[in-house]
Write a protein that binds this ligand. Structure first.
Ligand code: F1P
Length: 377
């Protein structure tokens, strides 16, 4: 059912080898994750404790928070339910703001390691102090998050060697999109997931050498990543990958927000990366044309481009997938992952081990104790 392929990642001994192998392995890994989820049928057992939920909160830190942003948007679009994404720290420091007016709430807490202190503490607060059921979404089984949560999404261990999240990011997002389709009992959508790995593999094979040459042959002083709707979380992750893997200055915005001030930074040495949605294509494409007109360098990722996008893009990645937009989200981060990797390698860095970063952010108890009472003014 799913194509199998060997990944020739061993070409680059040393710097970035883990990140490249893990980036290239994503389509195949999604295939295995989806098979495991399909074996669980409609995930009825996992969903049972959350059936009274009328609203979902998606919680995470770093890349896992950006999964939460895209997953919450996809959840609302697919299920019609209200869904929000928050960094775990917001729940710990301002619970009254996050939980105000919420009823029948359920929460998905996302963490590759399952050990990040803020994420674990947030799950404890939700389950044990706020009586809100938690679904753990993690790439590492048998960790504190899974032990605290009411249930865990049955994904395969992501087992990443690189400090930066790539395969874990996309597989946890695809898993949550699949769960949303089960929740909506949308068999049409569910049946399309099986096509995603094969199509994504072709896209990966096509864009890898192009981004390697594009990122490897040009110098940029600034990076901007733009996206709307479910693609906004992926724009944030794209900027983070450029930050982490190449220690470059990268920012993210909602595409149309870029006009309201930030576009003042545009110049030939600014790479503006557009994740163009289908639903907002026309409006987002106008910003692309405007940025090109201001002399910016543009890299565009979209499913199908028209001449406006083709003419305004210095590098155009076009998927041409016969898949609903809400199923084909994850491949939109491939170009950002590769840009971060090859820009880091060009700068003589090791993208597997970004400076100042550890794989897991573990804080002492004191640092994650939540503010039960709003600070006295
Ligand atoms: C989240 C995270 C990563 C970041 C770095 C530190 O970890 O912030 O996003 O790249 O590796 O940890 P987790 O809670 O998903 O394990």
């Amino acid at each position: 059912m799913f194509e199998t392929r060997t990944v020739g990642a061993s070409t680059m001994a040393g710097s970035g080898a883990h990140s490249l192998a893990e980036i290239l392995s994503q389509p195949q890994f999604w295939g295995s994750c989806l098979e495991a989820l399909e074996r669980k049928g409609s995930l009825a057992e996992i969903r049972q404790p959350f059936r009274s939920a009328r609203e979902w909160l998606f919680v995470g830190c770093g890349s896992s928070y950006y999964i939460a942003l895209s997953a919450a948007a996809a959840w609302s679009s697919i299920t019609g339910m209200r869904a929000r994404a928050i960094p775990a720290s917001e729940l710990l420091l301002f619970p009254e703001i996050v939980l105000a007016g919420s009823e029948d709430l359920a929460a998905a807490v996302i963490s590759r390691s399952g050990r990040t202190s803020e994420a674990v503490r947030a799950a404890q607060v939700l389950e044990r102090e706020k009586n809100i059921r938690v679904l753990a979404v993690t790439g590492t089984p048998d960790q504190p998050l899974e032990q605290i949560a009411t249930a865990t999404l049955p994904l395969l261990p992501c087992d990443e060697q690189s400090t930066v999240m790539t395969r874990s990011f996309t597989s946890m997002l695809v898993g949550l999109q699949y769960l949303a389709a089960c929740e909506a009992n949308n068999s049409t959508l569910l049946n399309t997931f099986s096509k995603l790995p094969g199509l994504a593999q072709k896209a990966m094979d096509g864009l890898h050498p192009r981004i390697r040459d594009f990122a490897g042959s040009r110098h940029f002083a600034d990076y901007v990543c733009l996206g709307q709707g479910p693609l906004y979380g992926l724009a944030c992750e794209t900027a983070l990958k450029v930050n982490e893997m190449s220690v470059s200055y990268a920012q993210n915005f909602h595409t149309l927000e870029f006009r309201h001030g930030p576009k003042s930074i545009v110049g030939p040495e600014t790479l503006v990366m557009f994740l163009l949605s289908e639903q907002g294509y026309d409006a987002e494409c106008e910003v692309l044309q405007e940025v090109k007109g201001l002399g910016g360098t543009t890299l565009t990722v979209t499913n199908r481009a028209d001449t406006r996008a083709r003419d305004a893009s210095d590098c155009l990645i076009e998927f041409d997938f016969e898949l609903p937009e809400l199923v084909r989200l994850a491949p939109y981060v491939f170009a950002g992952q590769m840009t971060g990797l090859y820009t880091g390698l060009k700068k003589g860095l090791d993208p597997d081990n970004p400076r100042h970063l550890s794989r897991v952010v573990v804080l002492d108890e004191e640092a994650v104790s939540e503010q039960t009472e709003p600070a006295q003014s």
